[in-house]
Design a protein around this ligand. Structure first.
Ligand SMILES: [Zn+2]
Length: 452
């Protein structure tokens, strides 16, 4: 039973877990600025990169500068008119696009800034190329700290995000992978990614976030997907102040259950740094080690994994944590001293790598967490007939039916559960694998986006 809270184990590295890591970085990324006073600062990616290099992690991974995502690539998810707008609007001509700015939610939170479109191209290019390298088995782990912009919608900017690099990366993975798991540890709900794949069982989205009077306002426990995607969206709503041990006591059983029931063949992990203690916008109390434990845990399943950034508004802590996590992904523990680097002065007065928790109150009671965990695990057990995985015909348990008290749509929607429906999926997914000759030798699974 999930009643016990186990203390966080010290993170240990097993040498035989070494995997090939591709790291994507574009040295232009730190030059883009949302505007004075705006909390989102791409500079933090450059700070992380400088730390990563000065810890010597470049010796252990392959470093790439991705080709920026093209308009055509962006339109695999976003609408043509939205991408066209992003490519044309500048601070100088913004007045001419007044109507479009309202329509596409560009303005206050998501301002028009110099180089906006290039910034989107860098973020998207890293996640797409990372996914492509994973697909071709050129690496086991791909890292793009400039990605993770999970709020962007098909035709709308949101929450400092314009281009949803994660959705683009997942679409790329779906060309080869029958089932992709998306895990989001940003303090905010991963709404843009969830929405994009809400009605498909080929992507399971799992977001752990603050819920209740907090941006973006979505991500309730009862939001579990619709149609074929029912039970393939997982939301864990936290209250303020969740700490390392309690986070781990939820994260590990939920991810374990997903791995067992859903059996993903690839993973995308969004590592938003605003779930760290002391974040300018966040309200959680995770230390660097508590945050990195999620990375270590997901890595331990040994699946092809795309790791992306996300939120994070106390820059020195974001760069610390993403550096430490880059180490974990390379099977290296870095720290505790900060090595000399281009941004050394940011890390005073102690010049240590650690991000410590504060004494803030944890508003998540054990009773609350256990109640939600029980419900999430119960929902997950309904995905037992994972698409394209051959399963025996097991009758559904009586208690499996109709006991999601908050889910009023349960009675209306019966499409997700029937064995016949699942069998159809098993057959259908085979069709996605073209043979080499038919696809110019690339062995590519063509994804019709309207189907996913
Ligand atoms: Zn966030």
């Amino acid at each position: 039973m999930p009643n016990e809270v186990e203390p966080l184990d010290p993170i240990r590295i097993k040498p035989n877990e070494k995997r090939r890591v591709a790291y994507f970085y574009d040295s232009d990324v730190g030059n883009y600025a949302y505007g004075t006073g705006h909390p989102m600062k791409p500079h933090r990616i450059r700070m992380a990169h400088s730390l990563i290099m000065n810890y010597g992690l470049y010796k252990h991974m392959e470093i790439y500068r991705a080709k920026p995502a093209t308009k055509q690539e962006m339109c695999q998810f976003h609408t043509d008119e939205y991408v066209d707008f992003l490519s044309r609007v500048t601070p100088e001509n913004a007045d001419l696009f007044a109507k479009e700015q309202v329509k596409f939610n560009v303005g206050d939170d998501c301002p028009v800034f110099d180089g906006l479109f290039e910034f989107c191209g860098i973020s998207g290019g890293g996640s797409m190329e990372g996914a492509a390298r994973l697909n071709r088995e050129k690496c086991d782990i791909a890292i793009n700290w400039a990605g993770g912009l999970h709020h962007a919608k098909k035709s709308e900017a949101s929450g400092f995000c314009y281009l949803n690099d994660i959705v683009l990366g997942i679409i790329e993975l779906l060309r080869y992978h029958p089932r992709v798991l998306y895990v989001d540890i940003d303090v905010h709900h991963g709404d843009g990614v969830e929405e994009a794949f809400y009605s498909t069982d080929r992507v399971m989205t799992c977001s752990f976030h603050k819920y209740g009077e907090f941006f973006p306002g979505t991500g309730e426990l009862r939001d579990i997907g619709v149609g074929k995607g029912k039970h393939y969206a997982v939301n864990f709503p936290f209250r303020d102040g969740i700490d390392d041990d309690n986070y781990k006591s939820i994260f590990e059983p939920v991810i374990t259950a997903i791995m067992e029931w859903y059996q993903p063949t690839a993973v995308v992990l969004q590592c938003g740094g605003d779930s760290l203690s002391g974040d300018r916008l966040g309200c959680f109390n995770l230390s660097m080690h508590g945050h990195a434990n999620c990375v270590k845990f997901v890595k331990s399943f040994g699946l092809p994994t795309l790791v992306v950034g996300g939120g994070g508004y106390t820059m020195r802590n974001v760069s610390r944590t993403w550096t430490y996590e880059t180490g974990i992904l390379n099977n290296k523990i870095v720290g505790p001293e900060i090595p000399y680097n281009d941004y050394y002065e940011y890390y005073g007065p102690d010049y240590r790598l650690e991000v410590r928790p504060s004494n803030m109150q944890n508003a998540n009671s054990r009773e609350y967490l256990n109640k939600i965990l029980t419900q999430v695990l119960q929902n997950l057990s309904r995905t037992k007939f994972a698409p394209s995985v051959q399963m025996q015909d097991v009758p559904r348990d009586a208690e499996d039916v109709g006991d999601v008290e908050e889910d009023t749509a349960e009675a209306k929607d019966t499409r997700g559960g029937s064995q016949q429906r699942r069998d159809e999926n098993v057959e259908a997914t085979g069709e996605f694998y073209d043979d080499e000759d038919a696809t110019g030798g690339k062995n590519v699974m063509e994804v019709d986006y309207s189907q996913v």
